[in-house]
Design a protein around this ligand. Structure first.
Ligand SMILES: O=C(O)CCC(=O)C(=O)O
Length: 378
């Protein structure tokens, strides 16, 4: 059994791979994976398309410089914080190749996977938990976390060497998705009434930004109604480009009226969502929305979450152009490095981190006007 444990590496207790739990637990999942009643997934038939209700918008990015595209992206991000991007310019063969390579990694023997076991210091590598609280709740999923940008953080040695295509495919995939993120940043910036390059500039400019990826693998689960693959959270970074299996549902998004809806994946689309840093920069014009992942008894699922982030040592605060006497800055200034210290210590916790920042800002900071000077209104 030792091959399924990562007993050292700074975790508070031995880490058991969900793949191993899935293979050995029979019909009953261990208590650590059972969510409180209020957090358990609603039956699939009640959500989203399956229930005939509303769903996240689909946006065609084939004309990335047009006003209509910018308006569609902005409307989706103001209302839902999410959209599915089609005709996004990344080749379908590359999407399929990347998914196949990573599925290949999760199918390697445990000894091969364990060579890359991660620690809570950086999370880089093969992991099965977020947060370091001993005895804390666990999600029904294993993952692989790696850095792509800045180049100083990227190390192919830390990426799996098997399957043989993985490093090259991931490299190409990363380059293409960064380009796509930059295109969407322009659309988001224009959608705020700003110059197209403004949001990118606030991220540290093209070449200054950060990018990392978490590949999630959710094994089959005998009691999917009791657990989640990833508990409810908003993404701490700037923007996420999520690639999911075309045929397996799992992602649920909190709709504008507070319901959990299940996203019906459009084949070869990216699911794009706003993260906490863009919510802050846009002074909450764009929403970083809670989402979570359900699992299935019938099918395993793979997803690739590509996180596009501001340069980690830049102060991030509402952009002055979006602050006015009637619209004070809602968040205090904080670097992304500082912000993710919260997340790494506490694990993902719904919208709690961003809301606590907002509350502390209200209590402590005087609003700032458009030119950045303190407002006289309070
Ligand atoms: O697997 C999914 O559909 C979403 C994964 C996710 O939310 C994440 O990795 O942060």
């Amino acid at each position: 059994m030792t091959s399924c444990f990562n007993g050292g590496a700074g975790w508070p207790e031995p880490v058991v791979r969900v793949q191993t739990v899935s293979d050995t637990c029979g019909d009953t999942i261990p208590d650590r994976y059972v969510k409180p009643q209020s957090d358990r997934p609603s039956p699939p038939a009640s959500g989203g398309v399956a229930g005939g209700g509303p769903n996240i918008p689909v946006v065609d990015l084939s004309m990335p410089d047009s006003d209509a595209t910018s308006r569609a992206v902005a409307a989706a991000c103001r209302e839902w914080g999410f959209f599915q991007a089609v005709n996004h310019g990344v080749r379908p063969e590359l999407l399929r190749g990347a998914r196949a390579a990573w599925r290949g990694f999760f199918r390697q023997p445990a000894e091969v996977r364990e060579r890359y076991a991660n620690s809570p210091a950086t999370y880089e590598g093969y992991g099965s938990r977020l947060g370091t609280a001993k005895g804390g709740p666990l999600d029904w999923g294993d993952y692989y976390f790696l850095h792509l940008l800045p180049p100083s953080l990227k190390s192919h040695e830390k990426w799996p060497s098997l399957p043989a295509s993985l490093r090259e495919t991931t490299e190409e995939y990363g380059e293409e998705v960064v380009q796509l993120c930059r295109r969407v940043m322009r659309l988001l910036s224009s959608g705020l009434g700003l110059e197209a390059g403004r949001l990118q500039e606030a991220f540290g400019g093209a070449g200054g930004e950060g990018a990392c990826m978490r590949v999630n693998f959710y094994p089959r689960c005998p009691q999917p109604e009791l657990t989640l693959g990833v508990a409810a959270h908003s993404d701490p970074g700037g923007m996420t480009m999520l690639l999911v299996d075309d045929h397996v549902r799992g992602l649920q998004v909190r709709s504008p009226d507070g319901q959990w809806i299940t996203v019906e994946p459009v084949p070869d689309a990216f699911i794009v969502n706003v993260g906490d840093q863009i919510q802050v920069l846009s002074n909450a014009a764009y929403k970083s929305v809670e989402h979570r992942v359900t699992v299935s008894a019938a099918e395993e699922r793979l997803s690739m979450a590509f996180f596009y982030n501001p340069r980690s040592d830049l102060p991030i605060a509402p952009m002055p152009e979006l602050v006015a006497p009637g619209r004070p800055a809602l968040y205090p200034e904080m670097t992304f490095d500082e912000y993710r210290v919260f997340i790494r210590q506490r694990g993902l916790a719904g919208k709690a981190q961003l809301e606590s920042l907002k509350a502390s800002n209200k209590a402590a900071a005087a609003p700032v006007t458009a030119d950045g000077s303190p407002s006289s209104s309070s």
